[in-house]
Design a protein around this ligand. Structure first.
Ligand code: GLP
Length: 244
């Protein structure tokens, strides 16, 4: 299902409201969280909603999609740091219930397996929030990742390193590898919300809208899921009709 709004504000309000509803109806929900600039206004809106309508967050569990390898939680561009800055420092979710892949782990294979297993041990994700890369990646599952993948290490594509390099002082500081939840981990969530805003997402959203399932376009895996909402602003949706 597509939900198209005029503005980023409306997209963020709708998405944050869906998160709030999940928290209210299932206080022990397991949430799959995403990073990226798209999610900043969503998290800001969720915090505002929770200030207006406080909810019990003590039973929530969260699993983030991904983390750069070689990035400690203290690194300003790590996703761990991002999550603290934009959400966790402002909400009272118990820290031991917050999960991110460990970008500094020595035994990476082991922590990847443990990450997918931990999600399953919690009974799976109730709601997974997703952004999308300009090459169609979800989490850091780059083009041609198997749709049956579990948490794994990925070599970031050139496109992703260019896109995300803007957040680093110097492009050469942009990590080459990341750990990401796999596509199958994502597909096993009960409910998925993918959010895309801005004209830099118009091309990939048009491609996703018209393409059949194909591992060349990771987000196309969502077509096999029964409860996906794709939330767009007018800019990200601009080419959906034209390319029909
Ligand atoms: C990163 C993350 C993705 C996210 C994407 C989009 O690559 N790994 O999970 O969806 O960025 O980011 P933005 O919202 O900044 O466009």
């Amino acid at each position: 299902m597509y939900k198209i709004f005029d503005t980023v504000d409306e997209v963020s309000r709708y998405t944050a409201h869906r998160l709030l509803e999940k928290i209210q109806t299932k206080p022990n929900a397991v949430l799959g969280l995403a990073t990226g600039s798209t999610m900043k206004p969503v998290y800001a809106q969720l915090i505002e909603f929770l200030q207006q309508t406080p909810a019990d967050l003590s039973q929530l569990t969260t699993f983030n999609l991904d983390e750069y390898m070689g990035s400690s939680a203290a690194h300003a561009q790590s996703y761990s740091y991002y999550m603290c800055q934009h959400l966790f420092n402002k909400l009272s979710i118990p820290r031991h219930k917050v999960n991110l892949p460990d970008g500094m782990a020595e035994d990476v294979e082991c922590i990847c397996q443990a990450y997918s297993a931990a999600i399953q041990a919690m009974g799976g994700l109730d709601l997974q929030l997703l952004g999308i890369g300009s090459n169609g990646h979800i989490g850091f599952n780059e083009p041609y990742t198997s749709f049956s993948s579990r948490t794994h290490v990925v070599a970031l594509s050139e496109q992703t390193r260019i896109d995300n390099g803007r957040f680093f002082a110097n492009q050469s500081e942009m990590p080459t590898h990341a750990i990401t939840m796999g596509i199958l981990d994502i597909l096993e969530a009960q409910e998925i919300i993918l959010v895309a805003t801005g004209n830099n997402k118009a091309g990939i959203m048009a491609e996703l809208y018209h393409r059949t399932m194909d591992e060349a376009l990771p987000a196309s895996a969502l077509a096999q899921h029964e409860n996906v909402t794709i939330v767009l602003d007018a800019e990200a949706a601009a080419l959906l009709q034209q390319s029909a």
